[in-house]
Design a protein around this ligand. Structure first.
Ligand code: APR
Ligand code: ZN
Length: 239
């Protein structure tokens, strides 16, 4: 591990523009479980599979049940940024990192101070009325009962990409621009199994593709450096 982190430090010290592409594994050290690890959300027992409950169809056909699961498992508003979030924000402030591209919806990168964050799957912090588009924060959803309603009576929906929904065009365009322009892409905390997000790596044409993930991923063979470890610990030890 020592040799690998030295190699990573060497890459980072020479990098002119870093982009970070992350998934649920970036937030596990903040206490938010990921999805596909043994202790992940998708391996917990529910009558209805979580991937079904987090779908567009289920949101509209079983709205009350959707919100019961969503409040219980997806709204982790008491969780704080960890060393990975903080180091990325520091590198951005120093002009070394140009963007964070994340599949996460927890808002922890912004909470750590990151400014350019492309949230491919949206955010729990943005919620809109389906009728008048009035916006509501995550606390309103957490503190509401049953199906949260707008003051106009309309149904409120979180601005998160549910299964069966499209990613936001502008966010995708900006994320791909950042990935294709950087010289070092750090991919971390993601099983790289969900498309189109996982396919974004193919847009990287720079010098150093770094993969930091606790478990092996389908892209390990393509990376210039692979470190199987905890991304918070590893980035926390980098300068
Ligand atoms: N450090 C490094 N890697 C970690 C850590 C950690 N502290 N904790 C977990 N991991 C790794 C796991 O080994 C796993 O491979 O992070 C990965 C998380 O994979 P998933 O649970 O599949 O999460 P993710 O890749 O973000 O899922 C993508 O799927 O359900 C959808 O919308 C959801 O955005 C999510 C998408
Ligand atoms: Zn309304």
């Amino acid at each position: 591990m020592e040799q690998l982190t030295e190699k990573l430090q060497g890459i980072l010290s020479k990098s002119k523009s870093i982009v970070f592409f992350g998934g649920a594994g970036v937030s596990t050290e903040s206490g938010i479980p990921d999805f596909r690890s043994a202790d992940g959300l998708y391996n917990q027992k529910y009558d209805v599979p979580p991937e079904t409950m987090l779908s567009h169809e289920y949101f509209f056909s079983h709205t009350e049940e959707f919100y019961r699961f969503y409040r219980d498992k997806m709204l982790c508003l008491d969780k704080k940024p960890n060393a990975a979030h903080k180091k990325l924000a520091k590198w951005e402030a120093a002009g070394r990192l140009t963007a964070v591209v994340t599949q996460n919806i927890d808002g922890l990168h912004q909470a750590a101070g990151s400014k350019t964050v492309y949230e491919l799957h949206g955010s729990v912090h943005r919620n809109y009325c389906r009728s008048c588009h009035k916006s509501y924060d995550a606390e309103y959803i957490l503190n509401s009962d049953g199906v949260p309603r707008c003051s106009c009576g309309g149904l409120i929906k979180p601005d998160v990409v549910l299964y069966g929904e499209q990613l936001d065009d502008y966010t995708v365009t900006k994320a791909l621009e950042a990935i294709s322009a950087c010289d070092t892409l750090i991919v971390a905390g993601t099983s790289l199994t969900v498309y189109p997000a996982a396919g974004f790596i193919s847009y990287f044409g720079g010098q150093n593709l770094v993969l930091i993930n606790r478990d092996p991923t389908p892209f390990d063979g393509r990376a210039d450096l692979v470190i199987h470890g905890k991304v918070g610990e590893i980035l926390g030890s980098m300068v």
